[in-house]
Design a protein around this ligand. Structure first.
Ligand code: C2E
Ligand code: MG
Ligand code: MG
Ligand code: MG
Length: 287
């Protein structure tokens, strides 16, 4: 249990997550180098509009191919970057690469909304709304092409400051999605205070949806809750056709998962879009 930097928790020392451990320090300096040398890459996971059966967007997921350690999963280095104060730089890189990709899609005639994950420390950065606004202006990308995903735990640390930043982003027309919905603490309390557009149901409720009656009840209820609050609902972790069919029946708006498509580099994603099954939405069709 690592609670470094979070004010309302007792910090329990756990050597496994101590950012000052030698191997973590060297991983961190490697990450700084990777940022300098552009060795990070964004992968894009398709997001399917379940009502019309078309890909309407993607989630940007960071990938780092470490020269010696091989593939370092984001869960490992994102946490380290947060704890060592490097996350804002990483997020800036992700935002610029992602918004640049949206602009590239628009030039290809594709209207795809991009979801980008934010971390807890990002929400403490008061300049974030201006930075994002400036990037979108520079790349000529309208605000409604961007969705920012935050987890409830990202808001819990300093809720007032985080909520102020999120409200300013929402006022700029950027959609806010509550990621991993259902596994955080105090979900419903924060929902009331946040300018939310979307609930993203955590994959733990979706992975075995077809075989698990309790999961079906929870997912169906979250879809209803989200809709009654005026939000759209996305399910992540769709791994089979039966779960996809159930989610469509429940009226869930969007789906993501290996059954639809894994996260992939932009070139692969672009080829995937021309797949006869799930074509990308053309710009002319965008409302
Ligand atoms: P997340 O935002 O909840 O992303 C969903 C994760 O579920 C991704 O893992 C994705 O590859 C995986 N996933 C998608 N569909 C399926 C499926 O059908 N089955 C299974 N088993 N998994 C599926 P990934 O890419 O390893 O990312 C893990 C987490 O790292 C993300 O969770 C997010 O919290 C964080 N992350 C990734 N990229 C970024 C980033 O650019 N910035 C920040 N701050 N965090 C990021
Ligand atoms: Mg996410
Ligand atoms: Mg998630
Ligand atoms: Mg997650």
């Amino acid at each position: 249990l690592s609670a470094l930097g979070s004010e309302n928790h007792v910090a329990i020392y756990d050597p496994a997550t101590d950012p000052h451990r030698p191997e973590h320090l060297s991983l961190m300096s490697d990450l700084r180098e990777a940022l300098d040398q552009n060795a990070l890459q964004l992968f894009y996971q398709p997001k399917l509009d379940l009502a019309v059966g078309r890909i309407s967007g993607a989630e940007a997921l960071i990938r780092w191919r470490h020269p010696k350690r091989g593939f370092v999963p984001p869960d490992a280095f994102i946490t380290l970057a947060e704890e060592t104060g490097n996350i804002q730089r990483l997020t800036r890189w992700v935002l610029e690469a992602g918004i640049g990709q949206v602009a590239a899609w628009r030039k290809m005639g594709l209207a795809l909304r991009l979801s980008i994950n934010l971390s807890v420390r990002d929400l403490a950065d008061e300049s974030l709304p201006e930075r994002i606004g400036a990037l979108m202006a520079a790349y000529d990308v309208p605000a409604d092409y961007l969705v920012l995903e935050v987890t409830e735990s990202a808001i819990m640390g300093k809720p007032d400051a985080a909520i102020a930043v999120l409200r300013r982003l929402a006022n700029q027309g950027i959609a806010l999605s509550v990621d991993d919905f259902g596994v955080g603490q105090s979900s419903l309390n924060y929902l009331r205070r946040l300018p939310v557009s979307e609930l993203k149901i955590d994959k733990s409720f979706v992975l075995k949806l077809a075989e698990t009656p309790d999961d079906r009840t929870i997912v169906q209820s979250v879809v209803e809750l989200g809709h009654r609050l005026g939000y759209s609902v996305t399910a992540e972790g769709i791994e089979d056709e039966a779960s996809l069919a159930l989610l469509s029946n429940y009226g869930c708006d969007y789906g993501q998962g290996y059954h639809i498509g894994k996260p992939m580099p932009a070139e692969v994603f672009n080829r995937f879009l021309s797949d006869a099954r799930w074509r990308g939405k053309r710009l002319q069709e965008a409302s």
